[in-house]
Design a protein around this ligand. Structure first.
Ligand SMILES: CC(C)(COP(=O)(O)OP(=O)(O)OC[C@H]1O[C@@H](n2cnc3c(N)ncnc32)[C@H](O)[C@@H]1OP(=O)(O)O)[C@@H](O)C(=O)NCCC(=O)NCCS
Length: 195
């Protein structure tokens, strides 16, 4: 499979939005699209308001967040087209705080750098071809180069397709060298040590 992983940069903002426009995904009840604007840099939060009422507004915000560097992650390309997205960031402490109320996530000392993987969206026709795996491997490689201690993800222990599968399956993380570091009521935090 010929897949190229590119870090999301401001010049790719329109491509990113178009990928969400045209790709069927799970969070589309009533035709709504998420544009993955929940998990982004804290600087762009307005109070605790991290969700926007309409698809149009989310699209517009996503483009702006990408241009401002507040929405971070990686895109998978097959030829010139995007086929996958992985939201990975170290900036979204509000997101981690939100997850801490459901998952069991360790509080780290300030000198420990953690990159969080929050979300995936792989085009349906490209699923089960290793795209998400390639995205995780790139997140880990860049995080290691950037001096991070851990890459972490917050997932369900049992993987059910079309139900929170945006978090990614445990089996995939295990294949990528992650291990379960905490568990609470069917929710597991997985972590890969980079140092
Ligand atoms: C879940 C998801 C991220 C997996 O991505 P993917 O590129 O298909 O995953 P990979 O091909 O890298 O799979 C790696 C491993 O994960 C596991 N896996 C992946 N998809 C699975 C599935 N549907 N059921 C069970 N295990 C699965 C397998 O162990 C797989 O290895 P294998 O194919 O050798 O058995 C993808 O299906 C997806 O994006 N779903 C839609 C999520 C969504 O709608 N997000 C946006 C809205 S919130």
């Amino acid at each position: 499979m010929d897949i190229e992983i590119r870090k999301l940069t401001p010049d790719l903002a329109e491509d990113y939005a178009r990928f969400f426009d045209t790709t069927p995904h799970n969070n589309e009840g009533n035709g709504e699209k998420c544009y993955c604007v929940i998990w982004r840099g804290d600087a762009s939060y307005v109070g605790n308001d991290h969700w926007y009422p309409s698809s149009e507004e989310r699209r517009e915000r996503a483009i702006q967040f990408i241009r401002d560097g507040d929405l971070q992650g990686y895109l998978a390309y097959h030829g010139e087209g995007i086929v996958g997205w992985c939201n990975a960031t170290a900036d979204c402490q509000l997101g981690v705080k939100h997850l801490r109320s459901y998952w069991s996530i360790e509080e780290y000392p300030e000198d420990i750098k953690v990159k969080s993987i929050f979300c995936f969206m792989i085009a349906p026709e490209m699923q089960r071809k290793g795209v998400a795996t390639a995205l995780v491997e790139r997140v880990c490689a860049d995080a290691a180069d950037e001096g991070f201690n851990y890459v972490e993800a917050y997932i369900n222990k049992e993987f059910v397709a079309a139900d929170h599968d945006f978090r990614g399956p445990l089996t995939m993380y295990e294949k990528c060298g992650f291990a379960v570091c905490a568990e609470r009521e069917g929710r597991v935090t997985v972590r890969k040590a980079l140092k």
